[in-house]
Design a protein around this ligand. Structure first.
Ligand SMILES: Nc1ncnc2c1ncn2[C@@H]1O[C@H](COP(=O)(O)OP(=O)(O)OP(=O)(O)O)[C@@H](O)[C@H]1O
Ligand SMILES: O=P(O)(O)O[C@@H]1[C@@H](O)[C@H](OP(=O)(O)O)[C@@H](OP(=O)(O)O)[C@@H](O)[C@H]1OP(=O)(O)O
Length: 443
């Protein structure tokens, strides 16, 4: 099997093999996850934290690394990524050992000192195995991404099918999957208020208390006795856990249901919703950046941040990244969306489109009624089974799942009397493209 990556005009292929080892139980902040022999959790158990959390927070995860005093050796021990400041930024790994770096900088680093022993990083053979597992060719990766991949914690792999957001293979701290737990994913808590907001949202919605969550951010959600409808359109949340990479750097992670795990060949589309993707408190620089990044967002109300499609005839995946998404205009949006439903033999999954439209109608109904949340920059994650197309008319067999993910810019409205017109516009407009597709390309 192979994967073709498309970023503008570039394409790369890779091979796969995925092995899994069962785990039994995990202690987390907010919930207890019991994992049975098949790797599935016992649902509905919400217990107080069993372990006293060490106080690693989003801040630790994103802490700005100490200055290197102008040395070329710099932070070799600090793993090549600087995660301080506004966003996660990658430092190219520099030559020189951790020992040299420490010597130049002087003693007494305040953080856990990772050693420069070989076991702190994946060696070449382990790295190749990991790349096989996440379907990526070494040649397609930057040195920075490779460096970061070498630090993936023991027992985890980067989420193999992550289509949007921050990813290891882009040189950012990406999502993880724990080996033996294909039904869960681990999302790194984002820097500063973005991370706290997202954790607080999930905590409030699921009635959980974690060391990072702030109940005052979502008072209505916290006090609501009926969040079950909203829960049903989100991934299941299992609290927080702290994961240390191979160099000993700790980072809090949200534990979420991986909504693709029931699919054999998941086809995945991530649409960042809204005519504007910044919240009311955004810095003018952020607004300028977003406007420049994707001017069509305002007219479309959505943008593709990643898309992955299984091709049953060739048994491979085609992947379109965020840069492809940003190249899509109003004129090309229909053909871009159409790609998500192409089987590979000239036909399209119109059964899937119909099913998605039914589900989006439910979404729109909910959005028209809900007047407490503003979902800035939330993603609509659409997944369908790309395996053999069911026989015509066999609607039962079409497997589709749609959820909302990414709540780093979700706010409770101050006045409870209006719809979230921003996000609603995007969902409605996307639905119109699907209707148009059924009338034209899907015939
Ligand atoms: N619950 C989930 N189940 C399966 N896949 C998921 C889930 N949540 C996220 N993903 C995958 O991870 C990707 C990124 O998700 P998300 O938008 O939450 O990340 P992010 O890093 O916060 O993104 P951004 O860069 O927009 O801030 C999605 O495109 C999807 O492929
Ligand atoms: O939407 P957010 O949470 O403000 O974060 C964005 C986002 O992650 C964006 O990715 P994409 O949606 O364009 O794929 C990032 O762009 P890059 O591709 O440059 O990484 C932004 O950098 C994030 O914004 P910010 O820098 O404000 O945190």
């Amino acid at each position: 099997m192979s994967t073709t990556f498309t970023s503008g005009e570039e394409s790369v292929e890779s091979s796969i093999d995925h092995s899994q080892i069962p785990m039994d139980q995990e202690k987390v902040d907010g919930c207890l996850l019991s994992v049975d022999d098949e790797g599935y959790e016992t649902p509905g158990k919400k217990l107080p934290p069993l372990v006293k959390h060490n106080k690693a927070t989003a801040k630790d995860c994103n802490k700005k690394l100490p200055e290197n005093g102008g040395s070329d050796v710099a932070m070799a021990e600090d793993d090549g990524y600087e995660t301080g400041g506004k966003k996660q930024v990658l430092l190219k790994p520099k030559t020189g050992t951790a020992k040299e770096a420490r010597k130049l900088r002087g003693s007494g680093s305040p953080r856990a000192e990772p050693s420069d022993r070989k076991s702190d990083r994946l060696d070449d053979k382990q790295l190749e195995k990991l790349l096989d597992e996440i379907f990526v060719e070494r040649d397609s990766l930057t040195d920075s991404a490779l460096h970061l991949l070498r630090l993936v914690p023991d027992g985890y792999v980067p989420l193999p099918h992550q289509v949007g957001g921050h990813r290891h293979i882009d040189g950012k701290l990406g999502f993880l999957r724990r080996i033996g737990q294909p039904h869960l994913l681990y999302k790194p808590v984002q820097f500063g208020s973005k991370g706290v907001r997202e954790v607080s949202f999930y905590d409030a919605l699921y009635g959980v208390s974690t060391h990072l969550g702030d109940p005052s951010i979502f008072p209505s959600l916290c006090n609501s006795s009926n969040n079950s409808l909203l829960q049903s359109i989100l991934p299941m949340y299992h609290g927080l856990t702290t994961i240390a990479d191979r160099a000993g750097h700790k980072c809090d992670h949200l534990i979420l249901e991986d909504i693709t795990h029931r699919f054999t060949h998941p086809c995945i589309l991530d649409l960042k919703m809204g005519q504007r993707v910044w919240d009311d408190h955004a810095h003018p620089d952020k607004i300028e950046r977003e406007l420049k990044k994707y001017p069509a967002q305002e007219r479309l109300g959505f943008r593709i941040t990643g898309m992955r499609i299984y091709k049953p005839f060739t048994d491979d995946y085609v992947y379109y990244d965020r840069y492809y998404g940003r190249s899509v205009t109003e004129d090309t949006a229909l053909s871009a969306i159409t790609k998500f439903f192409e089987v590979g033999d000239g036909s399209h999954r119109t059964d899937v489109v119909n099913c998605i439209m039914d589900k989006l109608t439910e979404f729109i109904n909910w959005m028209e009624k809900q007047n407490t949340l503003s979902l800035f920059a939330t993603s609509l994650l659409i997944v369908y089974e790309g395996g053999p197309t069911p026989a015509a008319g066999d609607k039962q067999q079409t497997q589709v799942d749609i959820r909302l993910v990414d709540f780093a810019h979700t706010y409770e409205k101050e006045r409870d009397d209006t719809q979230d017109a921003n996000a609603l516009f995007g969902v409605r407009n996307f639905t119109q493209y699907l209707e148009h597709f059924l009338k034209t390309a899907g015939q």
